[in-house]
Ligand binder design. Structure first.
Ligand code: NI
Length: 576
């Protein structure tokens, strides 16, 4: 009994002896300082960055746009090291002496140079050169203006690093914003030794944004700030995100966790995330090997966590099974236990195991995946084929797709060919030359007279091309007359309105049936006015004849390319 009490007591002693450290951090006793460097970057900034990295110290750089333009690599390095990048104007003028437009230009030019250097848009606080600011400047710039409470006066102490150090150390206080310039070698040297002295006194160096956030204080646009003394609130620094890997079914995922309320950005190539890197919104599927670099922040510029870098290799998968269909019989080859489905469902969700070739009806989707047969091997990816109503075999057109019937028809009628043995690439586009060839085939490849052929010449339709005769036939029969400059532009993607116009002309000039358009027909898309004059009647006809009946979107985008699926649907409706 005594022994047990003693053990409990010991645990209490250990617990409570650990507590004061916690309490110290939570009670608001951490002394914070924001060191700021103006007028750079320059060559010597690299030496400063290395010293800051060695000391794990974060600062704020008020940079000039013109210098950022000359040293983009240094701006980028400063950002990647977690320092705050801030705007000190483009060319260091006295802003109060400038016209409104000039002030805006000074800020936006600098912001562009800084953003370009870092690789994405930055939110920058700013500091007016010479601290020269008035309400007009604040109103025009619109972001917080950061002044200072301690001036190192470093520019006065030419070649005297010690004086700079002493000025900083003797005037420093909890919550101070300290002004130094990284364009003088003695300033950089003096600031580095001031950092060592103040760290020994218990100061933590933070960016300007972190100084305010850690004290629960906000920075507002149109306002000026000089310091942020203790407020009684002391928030912790942002934790580095936790990165892990998980496996579900046949897929490996990267998972990232971070402090609540922060945004997470990441890369998979090990580079430091910039403002253009993807935002983490949930598990990220990956294959092969990746090197994750993640960061969490309230603002990626100046208010963010340390980086987490971790490498992962996806769990190896079984090889995908190979499905083949011949004369209604399915054959599947794969190494191990093969799960199958013939109703469009995920084969791994059911319990049907492949045991040998089986018969299948037309209009069936066949899916198969190989199950893990040892601990470290995971389910293969799913292989899928569609054995269509017409007996075609597709790997990217399935019975549930809206264009299934149309693709199956267009392929069976030899109007559209596949892009490979089983692929139809439904989202792909078609060129004007291809459409001419399709309509020509639809017309039964009529002969054109030698004289017509000789008289119909497009400078960009070369002899021997598969669409040569089709393009000539289309022009002779007023189906597609080509462009005003005499060209046919056979390699241009066919636009939606051009496709409607060619089918309309085919109906009228080849089939000699006057396309009828009921008078009250309206084009039921929000962008009906974008249809060009030459195609308005054709698009109205396409609407009333049901050619676009599967295309139930808000806009038609008449000038955009028609997809292969859309083309198949229009051809189907045209011929039915
Ligand atoms: Ni300056």
């Amino acid at each position: 009994m005594f022994r047990r009490c003693f053990a409990v007591l010991l645990v209490f002693i250990i617990l409570f002896s650990a507590l004061p450290v916690q309490a110290f951090a939570a009670s608001g006793n951490t002394k914070l300082i924001a060191l700021t460097f103006d007028d750079g970057p320059c060559k010597d900034t690299e030496r400063l960055l290395k010293a800051l990295r060695d000391r794990n110290v974060k600062v704020t750089f008020f940079m000039l746009g013109t210098r950022a333009y000359n040293y983009p690599e240094i701006v980028k390095k400063a950002y990647e090291d977690g320092h705050q990048i801030a705007n000190h104007s483009n060319g260091h003028p006295m802003l109060t002496k400038l016209k409104d437009e000039q002030i805006k230009d000074q800020i936006s030019y600098a912001e562009n140079h800084l953003s370009n250097a870092v690789g994405g848009p930055l939110n920058c606080v700013f500091r007016p050169p010479y601290g020269d600011v008035n309400q007009r400047v604040l109103d025009l710039v619109g972001v917080p203006a950061i002044l200072w409470s301690v001036d190192s006066n470093d520019w006065r102490w030419t070649n005297d690093a010690l004086k700079t150090t002493n000025q900083i150390v003797s005037r420093a206080f909890d919550g101070a914003i300290i002004l130094v310039h990284d364009i003088h070698t003695w300033s950089v040297t003096g600031a580095i030794s001031a950092i060592d002295k103040l760290k020994a006194q218990g100061y933590e160096f933070v960016t300007v944004s972190e100084l305010f956030r850690r004290r629960g204080a906000a920075l507002y646009g149109y306002n000026t700030y000089r310091s942020c003394k203790p407020t009684g609130t002391q928030l912790p620094a942002i934790s580095a995100p936790a990165v892990s890997m998980s496996v579900s079914g046949n897929t490996s995922y990267i998972n990232i966790f971070a402090d609540e309320g922060t945004e997470i950005r990441y890369t998979l190539d090990g580079s430091v995330p910039n403002p253009s890197s993807p935002v983490y919104t949930g598990p990220v599927a990956f294959d092969g090997s990746v090197s994750v670099c993640a960061v969490a922040g309230y603002d990626m510029n100046g208010s963010r966590s340390p980086l987490t870098k971790k490498a992962f290799t996806a769990e190896p998968k079984e090889a995908k099974p190979v499905i083949s269909v011949k004369d209604g019989h399915v054959n599947i080859s794969g190494s191990g236990k093969i799960h199958i489905s013939t109703d469009g469902s995920d084969p791994l969700s059911g319990n049907t195991i492949y045991s040998g070739p089986f018969g299948v009806a037309k209009g069936t989707d066949i899916k198969a995946a190989v199950e893990a047969h040892s601990e470290n091997i995971h389910y293969s990816d799913t292989a899928a084929l569609c054995y269509s109503d017409n007996g075609n075999i597709f790997s990217d057109v399935f019975t549930a797709d809206w264009f299934y019937k149309y693709m199956d028809y267009a392929y069976s009628e030899n109007l559209l060919s596949g892009v490979s043995e089983t692929e139809m690439n439904p989202e792909g586009t078609l060129t004007r030359g291809m459409i001419a060839a399709i309509l020509y085939r639809m017309a039964g490849r009529p002969q054109i007279s030698a004289q017509d052929a000789a008289e119909t010449v497009f400078p960009d339709v070369y002899a021997g091309k598969y669409y040569e005769t089709a393009a000539k036939w289309a022009k002779i029969n007023k189906i597609a007359s080509g462009y005003q400059d005499g060209t046919f532009k056979p390699n241009n993607p066919i636009s939606r309105q051009q496709l409607a116009a060619m089918l309309y002309n085919y109906e009228r000039n080849w089939l000699h049936q006057e396309p009828s358009v009921p008078e009250n027909t309206v084009i039921p898309y929000n962008d009906a006015l974008k249809v060009e004059n030459y195609a308005v009647n054709a698009v109205r006809w396409a609407v009333s004849a049901g050619l676009l009946s599967d295309y139930k979107t808000a806009v038609l985008d008449p000038g955009k390319p028609a997809s292969r699926a859309m083309t198949a649907a229009m051809l189907y409706h045209f011929n039915h």
